[in-house]
Design a protein around this ligand. Sequence first.
Ligand code: UDP
Length: 487
Amino acid sequence: VGAAAVASEDPRDDPPIEIYFLPFVGGGHQIPMLDMARLFSTIPSVHATVLGASSPRPLPPLPASITVLYLSDVELDTSLSALPFTDTSHLAEPLRNLLVDRSPDCIVVDGFHRWSPAVIDPLGVPRIAFSGNGCFSRAVGDAIRRAGVADAAFDDYEEFVVPGIPDKILMTRSQLPQFQRRPPNPGQEKGKMGPHNFTEGCFGVLINSFYDLEGVYIEYFRKEMGNVRSWVVGPVSLCNEAVEDKLGRGKTADIDKDSCLSWLDRKGENEVIYVSFGSLARMSTSQLVEIAHGLESSGCSFIWVIGNVRAEERDEDWMPAGFEERIARTGKGLLIRGWAPQLVILEHPSVGGFLTHCGWNSTLEGVTAGVPMVTFPVTAEQFFNEKLVTDVLGIGVKVGSRDWSSWSTEAKEPVGREKIERAVRRVMRGGGEQADEMRKRAGELARKAREAVEEGGSSREDARGLVAELRDRRKLRAGGSSILQGD
Ligand code: UDP
């Protein structure tokens, strides 16, 4: 080995780029940011540090190459009813002290730490915003707000075309988040309605997505939504290669891995539909009943994560008589109460479909696993993600959700069992040529997702691009300060 090669690998010559990550305190926001930390830590010359909010509630295990620091020992309310409004502002002081002390090359911050720009930006540490969403949903939300089309609709259920975006997308006012049903403020300038005020003044935005999935919407985001710099680096879940990493994602699974996998091993290829509503979902009793009947009468095998039923609910309030015994006896269904090892399940060859609430992480994980989806959006930007999956990508069937609602309120009207049965059949069995086509497209997208994160792929290149920018910035500053010193 030549001396030069040894010298160039000596970290003292070129200290690693220090990237700090401040994830939110739980749910679907924490998981992708921890994945991002893993992803950047695989780039030589980067050192990733994850900042945990609360040491009594430790973060899930991370690779030894990642440093974990806790900002506080205050116990936080991360109950389902508190998220995503958990107040983390007591972290402001410890964060400021840490940044002053260590001066990292940048810090990636979740948008739910709403107080953080006021702390970080004055220190001159580049702040990179992360919101967890994809670009299609941002574009559709933006286009609707600008044009005021929702307000012009005759009533909550009249369909309108979303103007100014590359695909023909139909929506109803009933499917929009509450805050997006209002017309835009008069005089609001184009480009000022960024995805979130959180991006104002930031160094850039990190996005969990990939070009082959929604390239034109990534462009839309870049051109039309406030001109922030962005790096599209997903699907970040793909950085979990070992089964242990997939299992430890988010929380510890409430089902033994082997019993889950051996149940799946007994099934044929693409025979099982996986049913989950994400980390925050709390379905009403009336909706649970319909799902149970719909799944059973579809005749398909299923894994159903019912971990997030409302605390006050008892099984007998919603479960059809004999349901659990029946599905256990016939081997038709497996219920998971609590946390499911979602990635491990989705990637099993027996899983051939995903009934999902269309949270962005789940949507991407479904895409990455190459399974067609039954879309069952409930809240947040999930109705937009549904349209991407079904109307743009053609890899899913809508269950027929009509009304946006928050998890804490009862949906207006549950989606009926017939609709659920029909949609599941169309994706799983009896879907004929249409189902075959969807499956083919889903497989193709899964392949592209993997390509994106491989060396030379678009996401890997974007991640490296950010690191290169940070390195240039460091050099510039070092140059600047030596000039100053020289003066
Ligand atoms: N998840 C999981 N097991 C569960 C429920 C959720 O691993 O039982 C993970 C899932 O893989 C995804 C995240 O939690 O990464 C949920 O994020 P998503 O954006 O889909 O939905 P949210 O929870 O934000 O509504």
